[in-house]
Design a protein around this ligand. Structure first.
Ligand SMILES: [Zn+2]
Length: 911
């Protein structure tokens, strides 16, 4: 495809990378370079105004001849703004973990730019029919431009979108021959977020440029096309930010969601890349659709798809629609905006993952051609928005009107109530995250009754008679069902041993993942409520700062977890009570933290007051250590938590997601530093200075068995026996339980079988015993492997029960929500080998949210989730599923903190 352009890209590359001498050599050696320099055609009719700055003028390369760095992208948009402040305005919406600026640009006609603040206010008015009646809305929708938001490259190694973003902006300002442009600028405000993941993109480019030679190489085998761990897809903490929109753990997503609510764009597109052997994907999305999408949103996907198709046909670009990328999970960039009322879409371009790419069929394509396809789709989307301006604005307002009506008429789930009596900090954080997504929340000033139940003062209340009703339902409901037809097809595929087509997790209910109490009521709560806005962390309290004996803080939520981490970092002496006790009429839970006045500096009260404020913890000073019942503070039930050093495996074969997510939870949610150690170094490392080592699950780059093997196991065993705490999660248990390793005494289970599969021959020779097959079923039985693993789960929330008497379960909720993924189910293990501290619930109680295969439901019941095995002076702790996946299982943070801190407090190293 377009050989001339590949010649040009090789030549352009040599010009920018090489010296004059090298360029001379290249011109002599390369026949391609002798071809006439045909200019690359971005848009056939476009005649670009030479006064508008080009990318080459600003950063030194033509669009598509290099992969532009974050700094170059920012510089280019600044240059456009400086050149045409009457049409371009830049906004900053935050910084990445590594300090790179996050920007977006609004581009529109001078007339619209002059009233940009009014347009923004108009969108906010349309978003709330309670303050904007139908007549006023009609005036607004008749007058306002529509807003279309194009967001590029959330995955940093998906490179062409960001360069297409710059070409799109340039075209809107400079194209004189494309007669659509004037209408686009008059009828829309185009908002371009050119790069959602600067840290990941720069990581990709740095690695890519390091591998380059004389000319770009199209071979998929070349180093140019293969990224080391961690690849550029993720951000600094190795998050897939395209799953983060409902939970907002990362600053990039958080800032983006806040920015969207400044503008309420009616159209949102997230532009990605997929494998190089594919073509181009745009809307409509594949089934299943989330049931809380409105009908006109589903219909409008076809409007956009058809205009895109028209231009793709004209230019001869291949594409596909209605396949693979579904509209069910609400946490994608291309899903979340739908729940405030946008038409929300994903576009996917086959990636050159470099400057040139060779497909499996031998044909080549260059980076510039991929940039062009995203550019054409971007313009087509703006065109569709402009030509459907009035309809899109009317639909947007109607979405809000019907949302409120549906909420108001709901006789079963009108109101969601969060009493917050258990896990106050988790409830508070959840409310903060919902508020950041625009959900209105109230708090009860006094005790009240609703639907026959009594609720305490401080209960948070969400009334669904508000514009975000559909978002509330999709984020909070315990169960969202996939379309029945779709489920039937998936089950039929499984029955024929074909893979299912479920794209992502099937359960994401936030109250389930946070494991906080929520109830619903079919009536509004009408009295005693005050609207609240809030941060995720409440200010904590310390009472009786002059206490003479100790300060106590109840364990069981992440406020206490943050307090423990902060206290250790502040070098306080902290003890924990494994069993709980009664003291002066108050019940203190297992795990309660004790700060003895005698063990700490004289300013302990002041230090703890500051720590309470920052962590949200409740701290109570006491002037007597006498307990009414339970074990005394000087008993064996009380342990000192050492100032631990935590290490974790980092790099292949560790999953970058699991490693990054786990490090994030420990460092940024709990507040404790983690030392990342390259996995292969662990094979022989002296780990003496570490108390805890975490082995996160395996990724796609090999296995711990290959990397660490028996030598690594000997190193780890020796370290554990001397007092180390080894914590393995999810697929890391394949290694810990391997028959040659046996760091943990359980084993992965196969699929259960009847005796029908016993017929395969065990004959080692070249001939086998004859069989007579009487039916298709008999044939199937013979074709079935003798042993198989359970079918892989795409992701479902299940319940696990906890032994609160064991230190690993101290202060932990009696029932947990665990995201079960994959096919690893572990066998029960006898108590003399290991303690099963948390286990999956019985089959009837197992499902918390989502869809689970029936066989897995039966097989998982009562199987271990959390195990502790004692070895010498240390412990091996195993979680059979990942407790930190996407950092969104907040309800598992207490048991994780127990594994790390309490595990270290129970180990007995001699140092
Ligand atoms: Zn992507």
């Amino acid at each position: 495809m377009r050989i001339y352009s590949i010649g040009l890209i090789r030549k352009a590359f040599t010009r920018t990378m090489g010296t004059a001498l090298l360029t001379g050599l290249f011109l002599i050696l390369s026949p391609l370079a002798n071809a006439a320099e045909t200019p690359f055609i971005w848009w056939p009719e476009a005649d670009y105004d030479p006064a508008v700055p080009t990318l080459e003028q600003v950063v030194g390369h033509e669009t598509g001849t290099k992969i532009s760095w974050h700094a170059q992208i920012v510089a280019y948009f600044r240059a456009l703004e400086a050149y045409a402040p009457d049409r371009v305005k830049l906004f900053s919406y935050g910084k990445t973990w590594e300090g790179r600026e996050l920007i977006y640009a609004a581009i529109t006609s001078p007339a619209n730019m002059a009233r940009l603040d009014d347009i923004r206010a108009g969108m906010k008015a349309l978003a709330d029919p309670r303050v904007t009646d139908a007549a006023r809305a009609r005036t607004l929708t008749g007058d306002l431009p529509a807003i279309v938001w194009l967001a590029y490259s959330v995955h940093g190694n998906e490179i062409s979108p960001s360069d297409a973003a710059m070409q799109t902006a340039y075209h809107l300002l400079a194209a004189r021959g494309d007669d659509r442009v004037a209408g686009m600028l008059d009828n829309t405000v185009v908002i371009i977020n050119p790069l959602q993941n600067p840290d990941g993109r720069d990581r990709f480019i740095h690695r890519f440029e390091t591998t380059l030679g004389l000319e770009p190489d199209s071979d998929p085998l070349s180093a140019e096309h293969n990224e080391p761990w961690p690849n550029g897809r993720t951000n600094h903490y190795l998050f897939d930010m395209n799953r983060d929109w409902i939970i907002l753990t990362q600053p990039e997503t958080r800032g983006h969601v806040a920015a969207l609510q400044d503008w309420y764009p009616q159209v949102f597109v997230d532009l990605h890349e997929m494998g190089g052997n594919s073509t181009y994907y745009f809307a409509p999305e594949a089934v299943p659709y989330n049931p809380h999408l409105a009908q006109n949103q589903r219909d409008s996907l076809f409007l956009f798809g058809r205009t895109n198709a028209k231009w793709f046909d004209r230019f001869g670009f291949d594409y596909f629609t209605r396949d693979i990328f579904d509209a069910f999970y609400p946490g994608y960039g291309a899903s979340w905006p739908a729940y405030y009322g946008a038409i929300s879409m994903t576009y996917e371009q086959a990636s050159s993952r470099g400057l040139l790419f060779r497909r499996n069929d031998g044909s080549e394509f260059d980076y510039r051609s991929t940039v062009r396809q995203h550019f054409v789709a971007s313009l087509a989307t703006i065109e569709t928005t402009a030509t459907n301006r009035q309809k899109l604005l009317d639909d947007f307002y109607d979405f809000q009107v019907t949302a409120i009506e549906e909420g108001r008429n709901d006789r079963t789930q009108r109101t969601y109530l969060f009493p917050g009596t258990r896990d106050r900090a988790g409830t508070r954080k959840l409310m903060g995250i919902l508020a950041e997504q625009g959900i209105e929340i109230s708090r009860a000033e006094a005790e009240f009754r609703a639907c026959g139940q009594s609720y305490p003062a401080g209960t948070h209340v969400i009334d669904t008679a508000q514009p975000r009703k559909r978002m509330i339902r999709t984020l909070l409901d315990r169960q969202i069902d996939m379309e029945a037809d779709f489920v039937r097809i998936q089950e039929a595929r499984r029955a024929r041993d074909l893979p299912h087509d479920i794209y992502d997790v099937t359960g994401w209910s936030l109250p389930v993942m946070f494991n906080v109490d929520m109830e619903t009521c079919g009536r509004p709560v009408t009295t005693g409520l005050v609207p609240v806005t809030m941060d995720r962390i409440a200010t904590g309290t310390l009472s009786n700062p002059e206490a003479s004996v100790a300060f106590l803080s109840p364990w069981g939520d992440m406020a206490a977890g943050r307090l423990l981490a902060a206290a250790l970092r502040a070098e306080l002496t902290v003890k924990t009570h494994d069993e709980g006790f009664n003291h002066q009429g108050r019940v203190w839970p297992a795990g309660t933290l004790i700060f003895d006045v005698a063990d700490n500096a004289a300013d302990l009260g002041a230090t703890l007051t500051a720590l309470a404020a920052e962590t949200g913890a409740e701290i109570v000073g006491v002037s007597s250590s006498w307990v009414d019942s339970g074990k005394d503070f000087g008993s064996r039930a009380v342990r000192t938590v050492p100032r631990i050093r935590v290490a974790m495996a980092w790099d292949d074969p560790t999953s970058s997601y699991a490693a990054g997510n786990t490090r994030f939870v420990l460092e940024r949610q709990i507040g404790y530093p983690v030392t990342a150690i390259r996995t292969d170094a662990l094979k022989t490392a002296d780990l003496t200075r570490y108390h805890v080592l975490i082995l996160p699950g395996e990724g796609f780059g090999g296995s711990y068995m290959d990397t660490l093997g028996e030598t690594g196991a000997a190193t780890l065993k020796d370290w554990v026996r001397r007092g180390g705490v080894l914590v393995g999660t999810h697929t890391a248990l394949r290694y810990l339980t391997h028959e040659k390793i046996k760091l943990l005494s359980t084993a992965r289970e196969n699929q259960p079988r009847g005796d029908e599969a016993a017929g395969t021959s065990g004959d080692e020779k070249s001939r086998v015993a004859a069989t007579i097959i009487n039916s298709r079923d008999d044939m199937r039985a013979l074709l079935t492997p003798a042993t198989e693993l359970p079918d892989s789960l795409p992701g479902v929330l299940v319940h696990a029960n906890v032994d609160g008497d064991h230190w690993l379960g101290a202060g932990v909720a009696p029932t947990l929500s665990v995201l079960a993924r994959g096919r690893d189910i572990y066998a029960p293990v006898a108590m003399d080998k290991a303690r099963t501290v948390a286990w999956f619930a019985g089959a009837d109680d197992l499902l918390a949210s989502g869809y689970i295969w029936q066989e897995n439901r039966e097989q998982m019941a009562y199987k271990p989730f959390a195990l502790v095995e004692s070895a010498g002076r240390g412990y091996v702790i195993g979680f059979t599923q990942d407790p930190t996946v996407r950092a969104y299982l907040d309800g598992l943070n207490v048991i994780l903190a127990n594994a790390v801190f309490r595990g270290a407090a129970h180990a007995r190293p001699v140092r």
